[in-house]
Ligand binder design. Structure first.
Ligand code: SF4
Length: 397
């Protein structure tokens, strides 16, 4: 999501004559787009901001912009600590970023258009912003506000722009992406419409919420091979008690029902898991361990609970670092090898591979595949999977 937001903000800078560089010495402007989901991410962004004071003093006219979720959360406090900061633009302000630049008086609005960032094979398209949930550990609803869905026409226009720039795969983005509706179009309809845009070979989406996988979504996937057979579905915990305390809106049982339905239509499922939520007991933690097996995830990103100021869970008594570390290590041991097993499970199947280089690409289920022959990047090829080595499949083609 941050990549998509950065691209959107950069387009406003490009409209004011900027071009992109990765080299700090060459830059006139640094845009730091931030995440605040975990404390660590926010610290890294703020400490990078701190280092830019010296960079700015080296050459007159240099500008620093701090944007996104950490900017929203920390607000004007940042300007006090870092008086050299030129523009602060919170996550709720991304759509109005152009006005923010104009109002700052630092960027002439009438400049020749700089070069836009070109998408790689995957074009990211935000279809909604914000979240209507209130998970007790999560800062997102505070910094991003309630859901705002973009109209279907605007989304399709953004998809056309991405394919015109060379994207073959479209990744639809939203905090609870499958809750999308613009009043007339459901998420299932939108997936079909996007897949019909000329040049779109595959459609992915992230992050879904389990409760929004409707029968219409399942039908859309079954009848449309362009919808990728991979879902990254954040489970967070395997304990119904902890899920209720997190206010996730589902139980272990209802989650497993959704997972079964997704697997029946051929979906490969990866997940996110949190260990050490304040109320998590040893028995609750065991439930997360058994969920990994029962759900048959192909990969799991595991995190220690990180309290976020301003959330209900931040007021609860924390587990010690020792417990957090121990549980994380046990869970990591449990999930180690999941991906390798999932890759082994692909041997003998036929897969459609979207080539990302001349001899490597990704299957619809998001498995990496190496081909025998060379193909142009961006082409879609059908291959049979002969063997797997770690997290790489080898095709007979
Ligand atoms: S669904 Fe929960 S975890 Fe996800 S963004 Fe919304 S509040 Fe945060």
């Amino acid at each position: 999501m941050n990549i998509a937001d950065s691209e959107e903000m950069f387009a406003h800078l490009a409209a004011r004559g900027m071009t992109h560089t990765d080299n700090l010495d060459e830059a006139d402007v640094v845009l730091i787009n931030t995440c605040t989901v975990r404390d660590h991410a926010e610290h890294r962004a703020v400490s990078f901001l701190g280092r830019l004071g010296a960079w700015k003093r080296e050459k007159s006219g240099r500008r620093v912009i701090f944007a996104g979720c950490a900017a929203q959360r920390l607000g004007e406090k940042l300007k006090k600590h870092y008086p050299f900061l030129d523009i602060l633009s919170g996550a709720k302000n991304i759509e109005n970023f152009g006005d923010t630049l104009d109002n700052s008086g630092l960027f002439p609005a009438e400049s020749p258009q700089g070069e836009l960032l070109k998408p790689n094979l995957t074009g990211y398209v935000t279809i909604m912003r914000g979240c209507n949930f209130a998970c007790t550990y999560c800062i997102v609803p505070t910094v991003r506000g309630p859901i705002k869905c973009l109209p279907q026409d605007e989304i399709l226009e953004a998809v056309r722009r991405k394919t015109a720039q060379g994207a073959k795969e479209i990744m639809l983005l939203g905090q609870t992406v499958n809750a999308y509706t613009d009043g007339n179009t459901s998420f299932a309809d939108l997936l079909n419409r996007v897949s019909e845009v000329s040049g779109v070979q595959r459609v992915r989406f992230t992050s879904p919420h389990p409760i929004y996988f409707t029968p219409a979504f399942l039908e859309a996937v079954k009848s449309n091979p362009k919808i990728a057979r991979h879902v990254h579905l954040p489970a967070q915990s395997g304990s119904s008690k902890v899920l209720a305390e997190m206010k996730r809106g589902y139980t272990r049982e209802t989650l497993l029902e959704k997972i079964r339905a997704l697997k029946e239509i051929g979906m490969n499922i990866s997940t996110d898991l949190i260990v050490g939520f304040p109320t998590e007991t040893e028995a609750d933690f065991d439930q997360t361990l058994t969920l990994v097996e029962e759900a048959g995830f192909s990969a799991a990103f595991c995190y220690k609970y990180s309290p976020r100021e301003g959330t209900p869970a931040a007021k609860m008594t924390l587990h010690s670092d020792k417990i957090l570390e121990q549980r994380l290590e046990i869970l990591l041991n449990r999930v180690r090898g999941l991906a390798e097993r999932a890759y082994q499970g692909q041997i003998g199947t036929e897969q459609e591979v979207l080539m990302e280089s001349e001899n490597k690409g990704r299957s619809s289920g998001n498995f990496w595949v190496k081909t025998h022959k060379n193909y142009p990047a961006g082409s879609l090829v059908k291959v049979n999977i002969e063997k797997a080595d770690g997290t790489l499949l080898f095709a007979r083609d």
